[in-house]
Design a protein around this ligand. Structure first.
Ligand SMILES: Cc1cc2nc3c(=O)[nH]c(=O)nc-3n(C[C@H](O)[C@H](O)[C@H](O)COP(=O)(O)OP(=O)(O)OC[C@H]3O[C@@H](n4cnc5c(N)ncnc54)[C@H](O)[C@@H]3O)c2cc1C
Length: 358
């Protein structure tokens, strides 16, 4: 019997992949019900291919919105556009609770995998587990700590504040990236006429709604005040990577194994690819298969994290000289079709090492 700990997006996906293969598995989740926070919104084309293997691609496409392009600005002036449609690299936007709800719905159709909510994995419960235990228990993984697997950690030194608002600017389905000498602001479409706004906190700016509203007004020229929002979410990204992804019968997957900056939107998608790889080597993985899993998924993580870090570094440099240099760089890059296509494929995670879908 395969035990999965954590019914976040990665644990649920793994449970569905195993369920579809006819494997017996049990999934423990300490929470009851769905969290309300929207968190990960970007689902890349390779993740949609993985979702297709469990017959979920169309349900995701019905529920989310496809992002056709990202428009880039520096100090209020347009620098150019990344067109995802040209290379068929559109990214789907769906709040994380939407992803969780679709995966749970699919899991409920599978008789061979059971979800137990409100059950926390503890050392006593762990001792009773027979067979592989898959740690999908998030960045603060109990199982990783219990196994004593060390993590490498790196702080990026930048902080953000975000919230989802009603879209009264009618920006449609495109993403907007506003860079400026005072910090970056990003905006992404969401289903049901909403948009996510994310602002970099600079100087001593507190993680408050006022900071977010002020930064959006300053960088994008939109006044979001007086609008309902689905909760304020301040975050300080960091990069972590587990030294190994397995210890005896415990195998790490998703945020339990690695985290990277959410700016770039690749954390959950990298976890989805981990789950897909793992689903191909369970239920009785050999030590060689596990070493290969660690090696290949660490390589994919490093590539994704490097890109997330580079994009974040470029976008968050403050001050007038950095802003001028960025404007020159972006304007020249975004007017070259080949660079545009490479950027679209990079955002869409098309050119990362990944497990093959059938
Ligand atoms: C603001 C923000 C925006 C983001 N945007 C994106 C994006 O656009 N695209 C993207 O790809 N990624 C994004 N990410 C990252 C993404 O949210 C994470 O990578 C993703 O949630 C990881 O999923 P997971 O299933 O590995 O872990 P989690 O989502 O953390 O799930 C872990 C689950 O395990 C449960 N659990 C923990 N301990 C136990 C235990 N002992 N027993 C039982 N259950 C337990 C928890 O309750 C939880 O449900 C974003 C993150 C943030 C913070």
């Amino acid at each position: 019997m395969i035990t999965i700990v954590g019914a976040g997006p990665v644990g649920l996906l793994l449970a569905c992949l195993l369920g579809k293969q006819g494997r017996e598995a049990i999934l423990f989740e300490k929470r009851v019900g769905l969290p309300s926070s929207s968190m990960a919104i970007g689902i890349t084309p390779p993740s949609l291919e993985i979702l297709e293997t469990i017959d979920l691609r169309d349900r995701f496409l019905q529920k989310g919105v496809l992002i056709p392009r990202a428009r880039v600005f520096e100090s209020g002036k347009p620098c150019g556009t990344v067109d995802f449609r040209r290379s068929e690299d559109e990214i789907l936007s769906l709040p994380q609770f939407g992803t969780l709800s679709l995966l749970r719905e699919r899991l409920s159709e599978m008789k061979n995998v059971r979800l137990h909510e409100g059950v926390e994995m503890t050392p006593e419960r762990l001792r009773a587990c027979k067979g592989p235990v898959i740690a999908c228990d998030g960045a603060d993984s109990f199982l990783r700590r219990h196994c004593g697997i060390p993590m490498r950690q790196h702080a990026y030194g930048v902080s953000f504040v975000m919230a989802d608002f009603e879209d009264r600017e009618y920006l449609g389905q495109e993403a907007r990236l506003y860079f400026s000498p005072r910090g970056a602001v990003e905006s992404f479409p969401l289903p049901a006429g909403k948009r996510r706004w994310i602002a970099q906190r600079t100087g001593n700016a507190p993680p408050t709604l006022e900071t977010l509203l002020h930064r959006v007004q300053d960088a994008a020229g939109f006044d979001l005040s007086g609008r309902e929002h689905g909760g304020l979410h301040p975050f300080t990204p960091r990069r972590t990577l587990a030294r190994t992804f397995f210890h005896r019968q415990t195998i790490l997957c998703g945020d339990a194994a690695h985290t990277m900056s959410p700016i770039g939107g690749q954390g959950m998608n990298t976890g989805f690819a981990d789950a897909f790889h793992l689903s191909r080597i369970l239920p009785e993985p050999t030590p060689e298969a596990l070493r290969r899993y660690t090696r290949e998924r660490q390589r994919a993580f490093r590539a994704a994290a490097r890109r997330a870090a580079l994009g974040m570094w470029l976008g968050t440099r403050t001050g007038t000289p950095a802003s001028r240099a960025r404007r020159l760089l972006l304007t020249s890059a975004l007017h070259r079709p080949r660079i545009q296509t490479t950027l679209a494929r990079t955002f869409a995670m098309r050119n990362l090492p990944r497990p093959r879908t059938p």
